[in-house]
Design a protein around this ligand. Structure first.
Ligand SMILES: Nc1ncnc2c1ncn2[C@@H]1O[C@H](COP(=O)(O)OP(=O)(O)O)[C@@H](O)[C@H]1O
Ligand SMILES: [Mg+2]
Length: 239
């Protein structure tokens, strides 16, 4: 469904991603892992259209994304839960969620809100609370919920569990399991390697803006050198 070929992108004159190629198939869960500064966030932001491509081709459901603005990509079915969650602190949970549905007809809002609240019952209790009063876990639920308001076919999630209490990490993964069951593809950036490899079908490993390994999550679980690379205990993988 998502096909990236030879993608290079960066900020201003600096190129951060070099010749990246990856795919996500319909309904697939793919983990994107790598040490700090590898380019994971840049990759997701480039897919979402917030960082422009310098070279290469990206298609989604066989449509070329190159000239598509971020809001068009949302309409096509790509939604992102960004690193740091990026909620509006002075808006309520309800308002933050509604922002995510701007690409859908207003008649769809009520049903989409209901779906998000069924997925994250905690948000119903916090529905009128301001974004800045939420715990990290609640913020992550809102960020995922906001993305779901766009009815995506591909959900990009940047750092799902970073800074969350274990209980909230579990709640978020339970929700992702339901989304996967509903056929939504997920491209997941996750620093918790165990969680990432448990939950995903396939894995891409990045380092300094390049893909250095890809394979099934089962294969990745038996590769201790991947963990060493991601934890910064090794500067490259061995084979
Ligand atoms: N807004 C930006 N402007 C300039 N350089 C950036 C910006 N954001 C990230 N970078 C650089 O791009 C590289 C990749 O960063 P990033 O995609 O955030 O990595 P990751 O998410 O894997 O930690 C890093 O060297 C980082 O310093
Ligand atoms: Mg990042």
């Amino acid at each position: 469904m998502l096909r990236i070929e030879g993608l290079s992108c960066g900020y201003g004159a600096a190129t951060v991603l070099h010749e990246l190629s990856m795919q996500v198939e319909r309904g697939e869960v793919v983990a994107l892992i790598g040490p700090n500064g590898a380019g994971k966030t840049t990759t997701l932001q480039c897919i979402a259209g917030h960082v422009p491509a310098k070279r290469g081709k990206t298609t989604f459901a066989d449509e070329d994304l190159t000239a598509r603005a971020p809001q068009e990509r949302v309409r096509m079915g790509i939604a992102i839960s960004p690193e740091g969650r990026k909620l509006f602190g002075d808006m309520t949970v309800r308002e933050n969620l509604i922002v995510g549905g701007y690409s859908r007809p207003s008649g769809a809002t009520a049903a989409n809100l209901r779906r998000v609240l069924d997925l994250f019952p905690r948000l119903e209790e916090r529905f009128g609370s301001l974004g800045r009063t939420l715990s990290g876990g609640e913020q992550q639920m809102v960020a995922i919920g906001r993305a779901l308001m766009a009815e995506p076919r591909l959900l990009l999630i940047d750092e799902l569990s970073l800074g969350l209490m274990p209980k909230n990490v579990d709640i978020c993964y339970q929700a992702l399991r339901k989304l996967r069951g509903a056929g939504i593809a997920i491209l997941l950036v996750e620093q918790n390697l165990t969680k990432a490899l448990e939950f995903s079908d396939r894995v891409y490993v990045m380092d300094t803006g390049r893909l250095v390994w890809s394979g099934t999550s089962g294969e990745a679980r038996s590769r201790h050198d991947l963990a060493d690379l991601i934890l910064g205990h090794a500067s490259e993988i061995t084979a």
